[in-house]
Design a protein around this ligand. Structure first.
Ligand SMILES: [Zn+2]
Ligand SMILES: [Zn+2]
Length: 191
């Protein structure tokens, strides 16, 4: 059983996941739960301002804010919070489809302040899994062999089994000449 595939939604069986492209495609990935939480946060923020903050603000201070400001400020705060929640929701699905530790990353984005967790995620996230050329199941780009069918995904040394660089004539790890290996070990996938 390919545990890597199990971590990717929609890829538990055979074949590759249809990867949504673009902003709207990615937006559609976010689970309904995250949308509901984002909406609750938005309207919760309106309630907080109109029921708690504005009634307790000194009338002189309120006077300085125009009516437009009184409406816009809660809207902006609510929108900011909603977008933040949706970003966390996106990290959850995106990390999952990349075969990353999605639960850990989701909690990091929730608890690390000043959006640092979210920024870290987008800097450090793994590349999208690619389909195996032989069995078409998804595998991480860093994998040398397909976890499902064992097909060679990268050119490896027949003696020490380490990954070979492009254009190597001799293995850099064990010194074996690669010209003799070349005929029998044609790479099944190009990098
Ligand atoms: Zn395979
Ligand atoms: Zn070697």
């Amino acid at each position: 059983m390919n545990t890597f595939n199990e971590q990717i939604p929609g890829a538990s069986g055979t074949g590759t996941e249809a990867t949504p492209r673009g902003f709207w495609g990615n937006l559609g990935l976010i689970r309904p739960t995250a949308w509901v939480i984002a909406l609750v946060m938005f309207f919760g923020m309106q309630a907080l301002f109109w029921l708690v903050i504005w009634p307790h603000t000194h009338p002189d201070e309120l006077e300085k804010l125009s009516d437009v400001g009184k409406i816009c400020l809660p809207m902006l705060a609510g929108a900011f919070l909603a977008v933040y929640v949706l970003l966390i929701g996106f990290v959850y699905v995106d990390a999952k489809r990349r075969g990353m530790r999605y639960v850990m990353w989701t909690w990091l984005t929730v608890f690390v302040p000043y959006s640092i967790g979210i920024i870290l995620y987008f800097v450090l996230r793994d590349p999208m899994p690619t389909p195996c050329p032989k069995c078409n199941r998804l595998s991480a780009q860093s994998f040398t062999f397909c976890p499902s069918c064992g097909a060679e995904l990268m050119r490896t040394c027949r003696v020490c089994h380490k990954k070979l660089g492009a254009g190597w004539v001799n293995c850099a790890y064990c010194g074996t000449s690669l010209t003799a290996q070349a005929q029998s070990s044609a790479p099944t996938a190009s990098a």
